[in-house]
Design a binder for this molecule. Structure first.
Ligand code: AVJ
Length: 317
């Protein structure tokens, strides 16, 4: 882990356009800041998808074409605290659907919490948590003969640049059977007046979230980033539909990373790209699905039309 971290930081800071992988946001502090982000008024995504799961769970069950008598596995990639999913689990449980819930997450801690909250709130629901990186656990999907429903919510796919999203979809497709389905939650393309504040909140929580990446490099790799000399700056245009977050150096400066035995120079105004958050519409999703056998068969949106949960099905061809 630490060797990958070290290697990725070195690569990113040595590139002509400096960049750092957003997956490294999520240490203990980053996890807590992300919980704060999900609760901020500007971050509309969480509430919008929750609205779908809470107020349209019957429609969701119908769109997923679930049958009460056929056992299926409900596999969630990046389950987190499962707040949205528990709304669906409850509806399925109330109607005696026959299934097992398989939440997958990088964080062992998140899975333990989820397991105990499901056990106490929904004691009849079978749960089998699995720890791992969701790119790597996809191969495990092949191990079952039962129908599979994959949940990939929260616009987590948005963190992947389009080329990586296509790779992910193809790998997912390769590991599913004909008839298996995917519920893919994505943030919809909308005006910058709504998107930008979600990544630049008034309380400065997202700024702390972004800067925490530098704190991590300072603590884990013995670097001397001065957090006061970098500004948080998100960018977004509705034409492109991609929000990007940057850390901008406010002066000419040199940062030393002790465990790499290296220094990195930053000019005034130079940017480090730290995150991509892609927004979607039907056309972009069709492009990402490309020639794979995963086809869009339904789509639910929240009451404000901010967010969509797409139902994809693996077809014959
Ligand atoms: C968890 C990837 C969906 O990109 O909107 C929130 C992460 N970053 N605020 C997103 C995030 C800054 C979030 N995702």
């Amino acid at each position: 882990m630490n060797t990958n971290f070290k290697k990725d930081i070195d690569l990113g800071l040595s590139a002509p356009h400096k960049t750092l992988p957003s997956k490294y946001f999520y240490d203990k502090i980053g996890d807590a800041l992300f919980v704060e982000i999900m609760n901020m008024p500007e971050y509309y995504l969480t509430e919008a998808e929750f609205d779908i799961f809470k107020n349209q769970n019957q429609e969701l069950i119908k769109a997923l074409q679930l049958e009460p008598s056929t056992f299926f596995e409900l596999v969630e990639l990046g389950a987190g605290d499962g707040t949205k999913t528990k709304q669906l689990l409850k509806a399925l449980d109330d109607q005696n659907y026959n299934f097992e819930y398989v939440p997958i997450d990088i964080s062992e801690h998140a899975l333990l919490n989820l397991k105990s909250s499901v056990a106490s709130e929904l004691p009849n629901v079978k749960i089998r948590p699995k720890q791992g990186d969701y790119f790597n656990v996809l191969a495990d999907l092949k191990k079952t003969e039962h129908p599979i429903i994959v949940l990939f919510l929260g616009s987590n796919i948005g963190n992947l640049p389009d080329s990586r999203a296509k790779e992910f979809i193809h790998k997912l497709n390769d590991n599913l059977k004909i008839g298996d389905r995917v519920l893919l939650g994505v943030d919809l393309i909308k005006s910058k007046d709504i998107v930008l504040p979600a990544y630049n909140d008034a309380q400065g929580i997202t700024k702390r979230f972004n800067l925490n990446l530098l704190t991590r490099i300072n603590t884990e790799l013995g670097a001397d980033f001065d957090l006061n000399s970098f500004e948080h700056k998100p960018e977004y245009t509705e034409e492109e539909g991609i929000a990007r977050s940057f850390l901008v150096s406010t002066k000419n400066q040199t940062v030393t990373v002790r465990s790499l035995n290296k220094s990195f120079h930053f000019t005034e105004g130079e940017k480090i790209h730290t995150e991509t958050s892609r927004k979607y519409n039907d056309r972009i999703l069709e492009d990402i699905l490309g020639q794979s056998s995963l086809k869009i068969c339904d789509r639910l949106t929240d009451s404000k039309q901010l967010f969509a949960d797409y139902v994809l099905e693996k077809k014959n061809r």
